[in-house]
Every structure is written in C-alpha cells, then in structure tokens.
Design a protein around this ligand. Structure first.
Ligand code: HMG
Ligand code: MG
Length: 297
C-alpha cells in the first residue's frame, strides 16, 4: 500500500554544490537551476545564506537568486542559520526559509559553531522575523540516524527539536541521514515512534547514500506513508562539516524507482536527463547516479 504520489525536493544546487571542491561559476549554476525548473519538480533548494568563509561554494547566493528565472508554481528555498542570513533571504524574496540544526551535539558544533541550545535560540530569532515577513519555514534535523563523530544521538533530542520547530511555526520537518548510515529496519523503528506523536504530513526524509541503502530506506518510509523526499540530481551532495558524508540519493534514481513502483512525482525523466547532462558537463566528472549512467551510455 504505497502512496499514489510523492513530492520531491531538489536539493542539488544547495546540498550538492556546497560540497564541491571547485567553485561552479554563477552563470552555470543559474542555467542549471533554470533547467531544473523545467523538469516539473515543485521545490528547489537554491542556495544558503551562510558565511562564505564556511561554505565558499555558495558565496554567490545573492547573484544566483537575482539571476534565476522563477516559476510561479515552484517554491525556491534558501538555508538560513542566523539573522544575517535572513536579511539576505528577505532581500532576495525567497519563497521559503530552511532552518537547520543537528541532533548530534558534536555535529552541530562543527557545522554552525554553536551548541544545540544556542542554535535553537538563533533559530527562534530567525523564525520570528520570517513569521513577521510571512515567509514559510522548513526545518532540518541532521544526524537522526547516526553522528559522524560517534556521539550518541537520542530520539528524545530529535523530539525536542521537532517541538521547538513546531513552536517556531515550521510547517515541514526534514529528518536527515547526514552521513548515510541508516537502514530500513532503523528507519521503520524511528519513524513508527515519531508517528505515534506527530502527523506523517509533517515529515520529509533526507537520505544520503553513502552505503547504497537510500532507496531501501525510502521504500521503508513509503510503506509508513511518508510522501516527501529530498534528493540531488546525479547524486551530488554532502556536508563539509560531517566527515565521511557522501552524496544525497540521486534524484534520477529516486524518480525512476518511484515511477517503476507506480508512484507519481510530476517529474519528466527526459527533462531530468537534460538537467543532469548539463550538470555533468559543468562539474566535469562522473556522477554517482546509476540511472544517469545507464541513460547516458
Ligand atoms: P561563526 O564563525 O561562529 O559566526 O559561524 P560569526 O557570527 O562569528 O561570523 C563569522 C563571519 O561570517 C563574519 O564575517 C560574519 O559576518 C559572517 P567577518 O566579520 O569575519 O568578515 N557571517 C555571514 N556571512 C553571510 N551570511 C551569513 C553569515 N553569518 C555570519 N548568514 C555560522 C557561524 C553559522 C555563520 C557558520 O558556522 C556557517 O555559516 N555555517 C554554515 C554551515 C553549513 O552551511 N553547513 C551545511 C548545511 S547543513 C547540511 O548540509 C545538512 C542538511 O543537508 C541535512 C542533512 O544532510 O542532515 C541540511
Ligand atoms: Mg544533506
């Protein structure tokens, strides 16, 4: 009993490019995002209003937002960690802000130079401004299935962050497997527990594919009725502040898998191929997506 349709969020321009060693020129990013807008996907994570010293690959966040062609029925999102970030997001009239925090104390410290409690205070301040400005909010929780630093991640901490996000007015929460260590049994156990307390519509799932288990994990989540998934074209992605993290599940592999299962995505596989080929030429290396490899041979 799988859902009839799911929503896919293309995170490649943000999660994908944040981890690339070589700076992709702004005009190539813009052309790529414009091609993504043609695929039928309804949510695109464009960039992050974070410190250019911490994430140099996305230092052109303003220029990218200024130059892309926006479609009315697509939500264009940016990550924001603090008040300086939301100033940029307001200036660029982003449709949605994604807040982020880690359920691992050590990963949070590494990623945003703050404790979980300090981060929550920063995010409350950001959310207040977003609510005042009428900008909708998504919230990420990282390392739910395991921390890159080996510290224990408690489900209780995850629940406290969910409750804090709800109090901030966050309408969608993305549960992240930052380093791609989850397995389907763990996914079912954690989600089943969360679903005793929260509605399934609240959650999106965000799997990195380090061990090749992301599609199996997504199948487990589909069986529990989760209908929102994050993915990156070609399987780009990773968090520079999470050692060992590799790419997100590839949008190409996810869309092909879902269509094969009879689950609708609204994404056109031909147009997705075009956007992926453009990316591959722009970054000039082999992409991890299995489906793209098959299609490009
Ligand atoms: P800090 O060094 O503690 O902050 O960094 P600071 O306030 O001392 O500022 C340092 C410098 O950055 C200053 O510049 C600020 O102006 C500037 P300076 O005076 O030295 O010239 N700055 C900014 N510039 C632009 N935009 C801003 C901004 N804020 C400060 N918003 C900070 C703290 C949060 C800024 C930093 O740690 C940071 O930017 N971290 C971002 C890390 C990041 O983006 N990680 C990847 C995203 S999370 C992820 O990938 C996981 C996810 O995919 C889900 C999953 O997989 O689990 C979402
Ligand atoms: Mg990620």
């Amino acid at each position: 009993n799988l859902p009839k349709a799911v929503e896919i969020r293309e995170v490649g321009p943000r999660d994908g490019l944040q981890n690339e060693k070589i700076f992709i020129p702004t005009d190539l990013k813009v052309q790529w995002i414009n091609l993504i807008s043609e695929t039928g996907v309804r949510h695109i994570e464009v960039s992050s209003f974070v410190s250019p010293k911490w994430i140099p690959a996305l230092a052109d966040h303003h220029e990218v937002f200024e130059q892309i062609t926006r479609h009315e029925n697509i939500t264009y999102t940016a990550l924001v960690p603090n008040l300086k970030g939301i100033e940029g997001a307001i200036q660029q009239k982003v449709d949605e802000i994604a807040l982020f925090i880690s359920a691992s104390e050590e990963h949070n410290q590494s990623n945003v130079n703050a404790s979980i409690n300090q981060s929550l205070q920063n995010l409350i301040a950001v959310a207040e401004v977003a609510n005042r400005e009428g900008i909708s909010l998504r919230g990420y929780i990282s390392t739910v299935f395991g921390s890159p630093f080996g510290d224990e991640v408690k489900l209780q901490t995850v629940k406290e962050i969910i409750d804090a996000y709800l109090a901030m007015g966050v309408s969608e929460i993305s549960i992240g497997d930052t380093i791609g260590v989850a397995d389907p049994v763990q996914v079912k156990a954690i989600l089943s527990e969360l679903l005793t307390q929260y509605d399934s519509d609240l959650f999106a799932l965000h799997f990195h594919d380090t061990y090749g288990r992301a599609l199996a994990n997504i199948f487990a989540a589909l069986e529990l009725g989760i209908t929102k998934y994050d993915s990156a074209i070609g399987g780009l992605g990773g968090c520079p502040y999470a050692p060992g993290a590799s790419g997100n599940v590839a949008t190409n592999d996810l869309v092909n898998f879902l269509h094969r299962l009879g689950v609708q995505t609204n994404i056109d596989e031909g147009k997705l191929f075009t956007a992926t080929r453009f990316l591959q030429q722009a970054i000039n290396r082999q992409l991890d997506s299995k489906v793209y490899k098959v299609e490009s041979n």
